[in-house]
Design a protein. Sequence first.
Lengths: 560, 326
Amino acid sequence: MAVFQHDVLIIGAGLAGMRAGLAAQAEGVDVAIISKVHPVRSHSNAAQGGINAAVDVDDTWEDHAYDTVKGSDYLGDQDAIEVLCSEAGGEVITMEHMGVIFHRDETGHLGSRAFGGQQRARTYFVGDITGQALLHVMYEQLIKHGLRIYEEWFVLDLIVEDGMSKGAVAMDIRTGQVHVIAAKTVIVATGGAGRVYEPSTNALICTGDGIAQAYRAGALCMDMEMVQFHPTTLKGSGVLITEGARGEGAYLLNGAGERFMEKYAPNMMELASRDVVSRAEQTEINEGRGVDGCVFLDMRHLGMDVIRERLWQIREIGIDFAGVDIVTDPIPILPGMHYIMGGIKTDVWGRTNIPGLYAAGETACVSVHGANRLGANSLLDTIVFGKRSGMDAAVRVRTENITLPSDDRYAQAAEKKLAAILAKPMTEDRIAHVRMEMGRTMNTKVQVFRQEDEIKSALDDIKALKKRYETVGVESKGKVFNTDLLFNVELGYMLDVAEMVCVSAIERKESRGAHTRLDFPTRDDANWLHHITCSYSASGPQLGKAPVTITQWEPEERKY
Amino acid sequence: MQVNLKVRRYDPETPETEPSYRNYSVEMPENATVLDTLIEVREYHDGTLSLRCSCRSAICGSCAMRINGKARLACKTQVGSLVKDGGEIVVEPAGNLPVIKDLVVDMAPFWSKVRAVDPWLKTDGPPPEREYVVPNESMAALGEVMNCIMCGACVSDCTVLEVDQSFLGPAALAKAFRFVGDPRDDAQNGRLRAYSQPSGMWDCTRCNYCVEVCPKDVKPMEQIMKLRSEAVHAGIKNNNGSRHTLSFVDLVDTNGRLDEFRLPVFTEGKFNLIGQLSYLPSAPRMLRAGKMPPIFPHKIPGVKHVKRIFKYFEQNRTKAGEGSLH
């Protein structure tokens, strides 16, 4: 067991993590990034549609901010949203300078497309592979600047000593060796927790590791009930079809061939904000106007040229994963779990309530997305707050005197825990059984439309699953690439996140953004215009409140 | 439907460290992919099976492996497209890379080659205040290489890498073209010079395997051909590959057919006696097999018609924009 030391340790090599790394390194401090997968395998690569910014001469960041505030159903913190939108333009230009091959208009300048919940087109894109394009360019920059990366290392625990974040304990997946990586600051950028639901658009690696670890270490989590269901996902696999399709003009049709969004959002139609569209679709399906539990996304009228240039990946997805060619047929879709607006509570510099512990990207909750995230604001979030976390972490390193742990006792403790897991006998009950039941429970009882008795039942299910989790064994006992052991550890993280989602969803007795309570169907600003927080206790998440910061935009009725 | 997998297993920690095959038979839905099946195996039947996978939707590049002998993404390969009626599917780790365990290969050689092409935009001078202004066509021209997800399927099945591990390989070279072809990059000449070195762009044998196996239609070999074209047009001709290409064209232009005696001579360089002498050991074998090319070139009757074809393309070269991206 070795002990490594760095100034800034970043957990997660997705867009937020890598952007933070570059920013911290530019400030002259020693940076290391740790990731359980190679950087380009991070889930940022699955984002398709684009990144928002007020770059056009006749666009203003205030307009973007208003769209975002309204999109958040007024739960977003407006100071944070102002930061997000005012820095967006500069960041997108920086990405272009780094080499991103953005789409161009006829004059050779950056070209945009329309996207959900926004009154004008300001989404900059690379075909329908924007996330992949940005992630790969970020990785190129990582190589260019020689950033140190612990690749395929799995973080087991955060180290908090003297009330400060001082690094992490991690396993080198290739050897099974456990080491301490001590650091003066830690930035958690481990992404979301999509696999808590089954199905989900998310990759298998999205298991809420950082959220759970920070929560257990004493960090406050916030808005955990706010889970986004993306309107256009494939049945069964949950694979994503970008909102960009609707941005290019695709229609949503029910079983009778009607553009049903007319009834729910007559102005913005298919480009209303995601929660509005998902609710509309689910209503159509529940009321018998769907087909086989789905409605349809119709792109036939867009034509081959548009599809070839801007939606090629989703044509491949349609053919490979649904057996449908979008050029000739509408594709069946339904709302699917996609993103978690909630996460580790941070301020506008990525700081959590634990000194030295930062969070950025989907893992964090600043909150810029409030109760519902606009499409193409997540890529922006990762870059803006990734950069700011990196910068502030560097400032802390330069200004604070921090002594780092130098022995390996944290590694020994982690090894003991792993040994205990490996020592459990194999049972009929496997990790996969527990995980599937968790996923199905969440997807049935804490979905688009929620009510108290169902969510409470889900919470009971989760508690029972946590007990079962104590006894499931691990079949593989090896040291090299023991993914079986890691799945067991990840399941523990997911159950913690699921518990927080349920507890928070029961607590919020109103409907706001993506959280729709059939028993409390209206928005109730008088009683609920605040964030719900969770903090760790042995008996489960303890609830708290945090105020919503309002600067320019007073809450009003939200119609699309 | 029942799916029968034969999976290559290797455990570096067990005493009998020879790789072996294990059979798994699982019940899967009709539209299952190979990845769905492997996941089913590791979750419910054999938790010791290790493989890399993440997105399940052909965008992360983790699950490249050899399926029935050909490199593919497991998540994109429908079982039904491979076998009917429970036939066996052979699953092996990707080729040309060391195996760590089971289907997990060591990608370090892959990444070190990607790093070797300096894969970042190089610009002279400060950037503009806003974006670089570039026509959409030039960004769209990089569309194929932009699709690359670095999965390694091309590297797995590259026939040059099978015999020469020093070859930069299709993924790194396709990535290299992404910069050579970008009008914002100012380092084209240096890049082309570097990639024209031995083990670079000229070592591709044009077998087309990388084009066939790429799950994202990147066509790595085509990008390598574009690199070659750019290099020759940039005047970087002092290498065997370039000389081979140019003298091939010249000899056909002159004789109406390939002069196979002079081709290797010119490839090595007219004054490179040592290089030319390296062919000498083949001479007796070729004579015995009746394969020695004529020492005096034969011009074909009608060679003037061949010359007309060459002249036509000379004159129309700039119109077609062939080879020139700037």
